[in-house]
Structures are given as structure tokens and as C-alpha cells.
Write a new protein. Structure first.
Length: 256
């Protein structure tokens, strides 16, 4: 199997992000601000502890944790993003960036547990099989009194589905089989990154019964001026777009 590669550039993702707002009225203009504030809160509550970021990308959450946490580990399977983040944070004594996936990390560190485990905007870009496997790993990585944060895509029951980043309107609803085949072919993502749109129930159904759901929230809403684009893309009424954040997160704790 080819080594994982994240086949996207920042300019396309940045332009796509201009379609969204946070709706919390804080004036930041950041469409993920309410989600980021929850992470800041959990880092403050677990200050002095350990922090694992699975799929750390370019390290924004690792950087956020550095002033508060005593140990930060970021794992990133894409070499380019790993190398960029390692070079950025290599002089930070309490921060370790590794080029591996979650399964490889656990295999090399079978007894390691963390106070905070973050899985942010990862599971919507991997195959359904890889997603289920990744979620199962989490129970073995968090301390008994720790917390897990999972953030991913969010869609209404009518707009949930499988696609890829550069999808035409006719490619907005792929079959699971077509999506999985594309997602697993790491070296040939010619249509951009795979994109799975989770409904709330689909995400919560992935949660192991070993965990308690502490908090669920949706965030990042389509701007009213951009609604018609998504109405045409998914062939749904405007309310199916306006009333649903395009991202969601859940905070979990292991059950006693």
C-alpha cells in the first residue's frame, strides 16, 4: 500500500472556508472559533497533563497545547505535513512530532495513555474501514479520567453521503464502495481529498459503548449569501443547508 499523502493545497481549502461563518457573533470571523474555544477549555482543565493530536497536520492544536500541557505528541502520516510541523516545533522540549499513523503509534507504545486525545477533521477523509479502525484505537490511548475530542464533517440526513473534494454536482453522492476504493488509493487522489459527510447519528453510532458522550455540538455554518451554491449541489431546500453546521464535534469520557 502506498504511504499516506494528503492531496490538498492550502489555497483551495482557504477559498472553500470563505463560504462559512461561526454564528457566535464574537467578531473573530473564524468559522471554527466556538470549537477552538472548547479545546482551549479542555486544555486549561487538564493543564500539566499529556496531549495527543492524531493527524496533527501543521500543528495548530499542538502549538495551542504547548504553554499548558507537560507533554504533547502529534502524529501525522503525511510526510510533507509532518516535516513542516516537525521543523516548526523541533525546539520545543515538551513536544514530539512523529511521522506515523495511530495504529503504528499504539503498536510502538502499547501502554501509553493521554489526558487529552484529539482526533480533529480526520475521519471524514479516510475510508469507512479505516475510520472504524481509528475510532477503536482511541479507547487504548486515553487515560481512565481523560477526554477524547472528535471533530468531523456534519450534514443533514438528506445531505449526508460520500464524495471527493473536486466533485461536480453529479458526484456529490457516491456509493460507499466507490468512496472507499478512492479513499484507500492514497497515491491517486486526483480529485482531491476524499470527503465523507457525517450526520450526527452516524458519528455517535461510531462511539464505543465504553465511552460517555459529555458534549455534542455543530459549528461552521454556510453563509446566507452562499446557500444557493449548496442547494444546487445537493438538490435540497435551503433549510437543509441553513440550519445545519457543516462540522460537528463530540467530547467523550471513558465510562468507569
Amino acid at each position: 500500500m502506498a504511504k499516506y499523502r494528503y492531496m490538498d493545497g492550502n489555497p483551495p481549502m482557504k477559498r472553500y472556508g470563505e463560504n462559512f461563518t461561526n454564528r457566535i457573533g464574537d467578531g473573530t470571523g473564524r468559522n471554527t472559533q466556538d470549537y477552538i474555544e472548547i479545546i482551549r477549555l479542555l486544555i486549561a482543565l487538564k493543564a500539566g497533563g499529556s496531549f495527543l493530536d492524531i493527524g496533527c497536520g501543521k500543528g495548530r492544536f499542538c502549538k495551542m497545547a504547548i504553554p499548558k500541557m507537560s507533554e504533547i505528541v502529534g502524529i501525522e502520516p503525511d510526510f510533507t505535513r509532518y516535516d513542516w510541523t516537525k521543523n516548526l516545533l523541533q525546539r520545543i522540549d515538551n513536544c514530539l512530532i512523529l511521522n506515523m499513523d495511530c495504529h503504528e503509534y499504539r503498536k510502538e507504545n502499547p501502554s501509553k495513555r493521554f489526558d487529552i486525545v484529539l482526533l480533529s477533521e480526520v475521519i471524514q477523509h479516510v475510508s469507512t474501514r479505516a475510520c472504524s479502525k481509528l475510532i477503536q484505537e482511541l479507547h487504548h490511548l486515553v487515560k481512565a479520567d481523560g477526554v477524547i475530542i472528535i471533530a468531523t464533517s456534519h450534514a443533514s440526513p438528506k445531505t449526508k453521503g460520500f464524495s471527493w473534494q473536486k466533485a461536480s454536482n453529479s458526484e456529490s453522492f457516491l456509493s460507499r464502495e466507490e468512496y472507499d476504493k478512492y479513499a484507500d488509493d492514497f497515491g491517486n487522489h486526483t480529485k482531491g481529498i476524499p470527503v465523507r459527510r457525517f450526520s450526527k447519528n452516524e458519528l455517535l453510532d461510531l462511539v464505543s459503548p465504553k465511552f460517555e458522550v459529555v458534549l455534542w455540538r455543530q459549528f461552521k455554518y454556510v453563509k446566507e449569501s452562499k446557500v444557493n451554491f449548496f442547494v444546487a449541489k445537493y438538490n435540497v431546500p435551503p433549510e437543509e443547508i441553513l440550519h445545519y453546521g457543516v462540522s460537528q464535534f463530540v467530547v467523550l469520557q471513558p465510562k468507569p
